[in-house]
Design a protein around this ligand. Structure first.
Ligand SMILES: [Zn+2]
Length: 283
């Protein structure tokens, strides 16, 4: 089975390093990522571009544009990227830099950090980014739902906001990341209604192996996710992502295989991502 982890992190973000060392127990480094990829037979991982100008500045208005994957200078050959957008700095010059990043063969999408940055997805500031994404036929991945920072404003990250965006931008494809958790049923409805909206199931739970042993076996929690996925009725538009290093990859894949019915698992774990990310090819 082809496994594509469509949502990981590979950026020097102080709070992610802390979450890895004190929470998930992941080795958040180049070597740590390589070990995870090999051990779990993962064909491709897609990193969400993100940077901070100073430790603990994330979400950072002074971050560069686009934001990249700067955890190490070298990348595993399985790593692809979605450059991140800082909406405070969308000048003509930075848009040129973003366009250049989109031409890099390993760029497979663009990532917005709504909620972390207090702009709705329908804010005109993002229009040039949607134009670029449509021109390069790349999906726009949108942070949605709860945030990993108490300085974020989650009203901007509600998945319902993606409905209007999808209707207004038919030429674009959007991905509601984290299925808008905790508004997963709302996100499910947006995906079901709009052919150009997908979702990933990254970060629904985050933590250590031990935490997953407890929480990922709790029927109330599992059934909530199962219900949202089934009612979305869009098994060809749901992507596996682990949100590594916030959770170990194998533990997260086991959790996803509990909430996705067996007959759809092959699509969710890899095939759907191959369909969405046209630039990914597996030898
Ligand atoms: Zn993430």
């Amino acid at each position: 089975m082809i496994i594509i982890d469509a949502h990981i992190h590979f950026s020097r973000i102080a709070s992610f390093k802390d979450a890895a060392s004190h929470g998930s127990g992941c080795d958040y480094s180049l070597a740590g990522l390589q070990t995870e990829i090999t051990r779990n037979h993962v064909s491709v991982v897609v990193g969400m571009g993100l940077q901070e100008s100073l430790p603990y500045a994330f979400p950072d208005a002074a971050a560069p544009n686009p934001m990249g994957l700067d955890l190490s200078d070298s990348w595993p050959e399985e790593l692809y990227s979605c450059p991140g957008i800082n909406p405070y700095n969308l000048t003509k010059e930075s848009l040129d830099g973003i366009e250049k990043a989109l031409q890099f063969p390993r760029t497979v999408g663009i990532k917005l950090y709504t909620g972390y940055y207090p702009f709705y997805v329908t804010d005109p500031v993002y229009e040039p980014v949607y134009d670029l994404a449509a021109r390069y036929k790349l999906p726009v991945l949108i942070h949605s739902g709860d945030t990993f920072s108490d300085r974020a404003l989650i009203k901007y990250a509600h998945p319902l906001t993606v409905d209007e965006l999808a209707v207004r931008h038919r030429r674009n494809t959007f991905v509601i990341t984290h299925m808008g958790d905790p508004w997963i049923r709302d996100a499910g409805q947006i995906i079901r209604k709009n052919a150009n909206v997908w979702t990933d199931v990254a970060g629904l739970l985050v933590g250590s192996r031990r935490y997953f042993e407890e929480s990922a076996n709790e029927p109330l929690i599992l059934n909530e996710f199962r219900y949202a996925l089934i009612s979305a009725a869009s098994w060809d538009k749901i992507l596996f992502g682990s949100d590594w290093p916030l959770a170990p990859m194998d533990v997260y894949r086991d959790f996803v295989s509990k909430i996705v019915p067996d007959k759809h698992l092959e699509n969710v774990l890899g095939k759907n991502a191959l369909n969405l990310f046209g630039r990914i090819s597996i030898r």
